[in-house]
Design a protein around this ligand. Structure first.
Ligand code: NAG
Ligand code: NAG
Ligand code: NAG
Ligand code: NAG
Ligand code: NAG
Ligand code: NAG
Length: 445
């Protein structure tokens, strides 16, 4: 069982951890001084100590081993003897009778010298929220604010350097909203104003951490916590896709749009540059029909309005990417960065169409189709007609399919009685078919 005592000492401006054997006649023996002593007492310092108090003959007078001493319970001379003490230091303080002024209820006999053997476990200053170290990356386009969702790694330790928790053992970042009370308030503050990629060390006093209660078996009462934080990424649930154009050819007459079949190279990374996927891993460039749910929403949006040869960096927040669940190879709630080069694209047609008119369709479509005017149109004649429209720029076929596939499909759709000929009665534009189908549905309802 681990017992601690609390001492509240006021009005110390600055205390250094230099050896100072005598302080106000209290004799101090610093028999163990830790190598690193980063924390010093300021005003209203609270110390967390364990101690044994004996008379000079070695007989025990008081000790924290049997139970927690109350605040202010220790005699006045100890105050002076704690000055300049480092966390984790051990020292004995010998207090002469004139300083060993007992408080009411104490059992110190008069004219007695007392020896306190003290181990300082922790200390904190009332105003503490100390940022002792921060490494900001060279480029930092935005700093985190309240309401952002952050992913970070951390090592949590006590002032004595003992680690009590680390995110690394879980192989996943710790993810949370910032400044909304989901985490201890010291950490909530510490995560505001960070850059992506930043490393921060924050020292959190107990009143901004787990307080006098501590937490379970892990955090003892009144513990100061030190977190080393590495910010992986953050985003705001309101964030949209961020598009950074790296290069755009001077001649850019035509750009990609919904329904187009686009061919592009990409590297997909996390914001820290960790490569997740690359089109260069495969033989061919990547292709996708825009607006067809082939790729994540954010990328689909980022691929629009591009001309051939254009290069972009597209940053996709998770709600427009793989979301809170992530995907194979994609951590949950990760912001993704796509490095894109548009290689080529073919203008597309709306979903469900094989061919669209780019100009007004002929007033009498059957007459136009029936080029030899014999009243019926076989597949060859139909195919010739479609090819001519495409060649003259009057129509467009669905990209990604061959002309033969298109013609066969369209012909079979129109040859309703399957006799190998389209007649005037059979022929219908898809727009009209859709309209009729809709009306039929309305009638049914
Ligand atoms: C107090 O005495 C106990 C028992 O001898 C010892 O284990 C402990 O380390 C001592 N505490 C301090 C702060 O010296
Ligand atoms: C998102 O935007 C709305 C409207 O601007 C705002 O009220 C809300 O606080 C924002 N949400 C976050 C998490 O910042
Ligand atoms: C974390 O990853 C390492 C190495 O891939 C593995 O050995 C370990 O079991 C993983 N730990 C957890 C908690 O998944
Ligand atoms: C946490 O500790 C591990 C092991 O010492 C170290 O590799 C890692 O960089 C530390 N992380 C932070 C954020 O300091
Ligand atoms: C782009 O448009 C300009 C002006 O209309 C034209 O002169 C040029 O030939 C076009 N370039 C390409 C590659 O289509
Ligand atoms: C992707 O990475 C490869 C290899 O590092 C590089 O050659 C290429 O330019 C990068 N960008 C794109 C869009 O492929």
């Amino acid at each position: 069982m681990f017992c601690v005592a609390f001492l509240l000492l006021t009005t110390w401006s600055s205390v250094e951890c230099n050896p100072s054997p005598v302080l106000g006649d209290a004799v101090v023996d610093r028999y163990f001084i830790p190598k690193v002593c980063t924390r010093e007492a300021k005003t209203e310092t609270t110390f967390v100590i364990t101690y044994n108090a004996t008379f000079v003959d070695g007989k025990t007078f008081d000790s924290s081993q049997g139970g927690s001493a109350r605040e202010g319970r220790l005699i006045a001379g100890v105050d002076k003897g704690l000055q300049g003490m480092c966390v984790n230091e051990r020292r004995t303080i010998t207090i002469p009778p004139h300083l060993a002024t007992a408080q009411p209820g104490d059992v110190v006999p008069p004219d007695t010298t007392l020896v306190f053997d003290i181990h300082l476990l922790d200390l904190w200053n009332k105003a503490d929220m100390v940022l002792t170290k921060t490494v900001v990356p060279e480029s930092c386009s935005r700093r985190s604010v309240v309401g952002d969702y952050i992913r970070y790694h951390y090592n949590g330790s006590f002032l004595n350097g003992v680690t009590f928790d680390t995110s690394y053992q879980r192989n996943s970042t710790y993810n949370t909203y910032i400044g909304m009370g989901y985490i201890i308030s010291g950490m909530d503050q510490a995560l505001q104003g960070v850059c992506i990629g930043e490393r921060r060390r924050v020292t959190i006093p107990p009143h901004l951490a787990y307080g006098e209660q501590g937490a379970g078996d892990v955090i003892p009462p009144s513990a100061v916590l030190v977190f080393d934080i590495h910010v992986i990424d953050f985003h705001n649930p309101n964030d949209t896709v961020n598009i950074q154009i790296l290069y755009r050819p001077e001649v850019c007459n035509d750009t990609t749009a919904v329904n187009d079949l686009v061919h592009y190279h990409y590297n997909c990374t996390l914001v820290d540059g960790t490569l997740l996927f690359s089109s260069h891993d495969y033989e061919n460039v990547q292709d996708a029909v825009l607006g067809s749910d082939k790729v994540i929403d954010g990328l689909d949006e980022g691929l629009r309005g591009m001309c051939v040869g254009e290069k972009r960096l597209i940053t996709v927040p998770p709600h427009l990417g793989h979301g809170e669940r992530g995907a194979t190879g994609v951590p949950s709630s990760a912001v993704l960065v796509f490095d894109i080069e548009m290689m080529s694209f073919e203008k597309g047609v709306p979903p469900g169409y094989l061919f669209v008119w780019l100009e007004e369709s002929p007033a009498n479509l059957f007459e136009a189709l029936d080029m030899n005017k014999n009243g019926e149109v076989p597949q060859e004649e139909f195919g010739e007609f479609i090819k001519l429209q495409v060649a003259e720029g009057k129509g467009r076929i669905k990209p990604g399919l061959t002309m033969e596939q298109i013609v066969t499909d369209m012909f079979q759709n129109q040859d309703r009685n399957k006799d190998g000929m389209i007649t005037a009665n059979e022929l219908k534009l898809k727009v009209e078919e859709d309209k009729e189908r809709e009306e039929a549905n309305h009638d049914e309802l």
